[in-house]
Design a protein around this ligand. Sequence first.
Ligand code: KG4
Ligand code: ZN
Length: 361
Amino acid sequence: MTYNEEMRSLTAEIRGKEHVNILSLETSCDETAAAVVQDGRVIRSNIVFSQIDLHALYGGVVPEIASRAHVEACDRVIDEALRAAGMTAQEIDACAVTYGPGLVGALLTGVSCMKGYSYALRKPLIPVNHIEGHIAANYLSHPDLKPPFLCLVVSGGHSHLVRVEDYGVYTLIGQTTDDAAGEAFDKAARILGLPYPGGPRIDALAEEGNPHYLQLPNPHTEGRYDYSFSGLKTAFINACHRMEQRGETLPKADLAASFREAVVSMLVEKAMLAVDENPELAPAIALAGGVSANRELRRRMQAACDRRGLPLYMPELQLCGDNGAMIGSAAYYRLMRGEIADLTLNAVPALRLVERRTVHG
Ligand code: KG4
Ligand code: ZN
């Protein structure tokens, strides 16, 4: 039997099992992360090795350094995930890996590594979209959450409003037309002299500041439910430069609070506009991605959903950023649909979750 035939018949067998344990690997950016997840919902282990210290020196992720660090860390992180789950490699049912979107070298490292595990262990290989993984983090934090729901995905590379129609079926409702929300936070943080990654630092500093100190523009977008952050960012940078030219000390907490206020207002307002104009979209709302750890975003979304009597789901804080468990959760539902890859699987740096906007906005 060829590898492909063997994997197809194994997949059919696994789908009939009472419990399915997936070993997953995530290397799309600057975290080398591995996990063992049972039945898409139960975290048996979740090991994240962050490269932040390596990149902070340069003020951002250096792709070449990220790839090399992933090569060095992959096997160790996988071993640790298996050990923490109390399982041997043979006891897992399938291998999953993020194959896009992300940095090509970083993705390739993970894809090659997991192909090796799949071939050597004779376990099916499941390819996972990183954004789908972020959405699936909610399945781990909320065992009762099932599609359909509306999900605001906000990370370093992506800002999307999608309707999760079913497991693996998405409709694009809105998206950023320029920067991602996390990217905007990171750039604003850099202007304030805060180290990488700036998002969490701006968030912490903003807690002490006046959110109405600086009025930032409300950008126009063509799509009603789209986002745009570059105008905000430029206005913010210009305001900071003007203050510096006048020899003023930057009131960092007030500036951080004002920037956070502008970004969060746009995220919440657009999501709620979509909900109010199309109530059928959202029996429930979820947040996903690194920026969903933002305190003000969590508070404001909670308040907006409470006002409308809508259930809001947010990943617990340690599952908001990149991790392996979210990939293992998304992989489970792919495996149940028989979506496995063969050994020609490649990294797809610009992989999309939904091909194009299909309805609304
Ligand atoms: O999802 P993620 O870990 O990686 C990507 O897929 O991009 O998101 C990382 C992004 C970074 O831009 C980081 O600054 C931002 O999420 N972030 C935050 C917060 N925590 C992480 N931004 C604002 N507030 C936070 N608390
Ligand atoms: Zn991510």
